[in-house]
Design a protein around this ligand. Structure first.
Ligand code: FVH
Length: 272
């Protein structure tokens, strides 16, 4: 049950690691949860906890006004939504499957044409974090539907609204993941470099993690340079950044661990 005491009927399509965690959060929240998964055995634990297993995806969609999808990819979403268009008319579909912004926009246009409120979402958590204090989920698309179901969606983690553009949540999601993968690439390269001077990646991890956490505090300053370049006065000049990257690239070369990473980063320095 939600804080306001309203029990909702909610269906969850897709019970992989993430879909199962979402369904558990809804059950913990006191909602009436109907589930469906292509491989029905994955529903057993949830049924034991009170969920109802639908015989088909279409039956699951017909059981609730709020239908949540968390399957592998956009193709799997389409495979199940498109044949059920008529049943879904007037309902709210929340797609938490990772897709590109264009795929989300295309699905939003399809939903609009079929009288379905679509909210696209990007989950910023791993399954074990769902419902915990560090999880958040980005949403975009049907604004009124999001406000209607905000409290239910808040069971997964903080619900962050990204805007009415159906592709906005996916864009923020992929932008954040892009930052994460860039950081991991830097760590991989650094680990190889310190090993050539007798160090270890394990020691590097203990040094790099707190330093990068502190550096993340500068995002706000960098953001001004992107959002409003005309009024931005950089603290560190482009020349300084280029010089630093060249020195790092030379050190990588000298250590025999050179990769293309720093050459690529050089191309991203603003004003160069
Ligand atoms: N797990 C994570 O940490 C990330 C966090 C960020 C968001 N992602 C996205 O969530 C989607 C699902 O991810 P998942 O972790 O649940 O993935 P799996 O455990 O591999 O489960 C995949 C489910 O998708 C079903 N499925 C696959 N293809 C089809 C299909 N053609 N028709 C119907 N269902 C399909 C699969 O069914 P089954 O194999 O059990 O029968 C699972 O239920 C994903 O977009 C992540 O990027 C998770």
């Amino acid at each position: 049950m939600t804080n306001s005491g309203t029990t909702q009927r909610v269906s969850v399509i897709g019970l992989g690691a993430m879909g199962a965690a979402l369904a558990q959060a809804l059950l913990r929240g006191g909602h009436r949860v109907t589930v469906w998964n292509r491989t029905p055995a994955k529903a057993e634990a949830l049924v034991g906890d009170g969920a109802v297993l639908a015989a088909t995806a279409a039956d699951a969609m017909a059981a609730s006004d709020l239908v949540i999808l968390c399957v592998l990819d956009d193709a799997a979403v389409r495979e199940h939504l498109e044949p059920a268009a008529e049943r879904l008319r007037g309902r709210t579909v929340v797609n938490l499957t990772t897709t590109t912004p264009e795929q989300a926009r295309s699905l939003g246009a399809w939903a609009g044409g079929n009288g379905i409120d679509l909210i696209d979402g990007g989950i910023m958590a791993v399954p074990a974090m769902i419902g915990g204090p560090r999880a958040f989920v980005l949403y975009s698309g049907a604004t009124a539907a999001f406000e209607r179901y905000r409290e239910v969606l808040g069971l997964f983690g903080r619900a962050e609204w990204a805007g009415a553009d159906f592709g906005a949540a996916a864009m923020y999601d992929l932008a954040i993941l892009g930052g994460m993968y860039s950081m991991f690439a830097g760590f991989q390269q650094g680990g190889r470099m310190v090993r050539t001077t007798g160090g270890t990646a394990t020691h590097l991890a203990t040094l790099m993690a707190p330093f990068l956490q502190a550096m993340a505090g500068l995002f706000g300053q960098y953001a001004l340079g992107i959002d409003d370049p005309a009024s931005y006065v950089p603290e560190q000049s482009a020349d300084f950044t280029v010089g630093a990257l060249r020195t790092i690239a030379t050190a990588a070369d000298e250590s025999g661990t050179a990769s293309e990473l720093f050459e690529v980063l050089l191309k991203t320095v603003p004003g160069i």
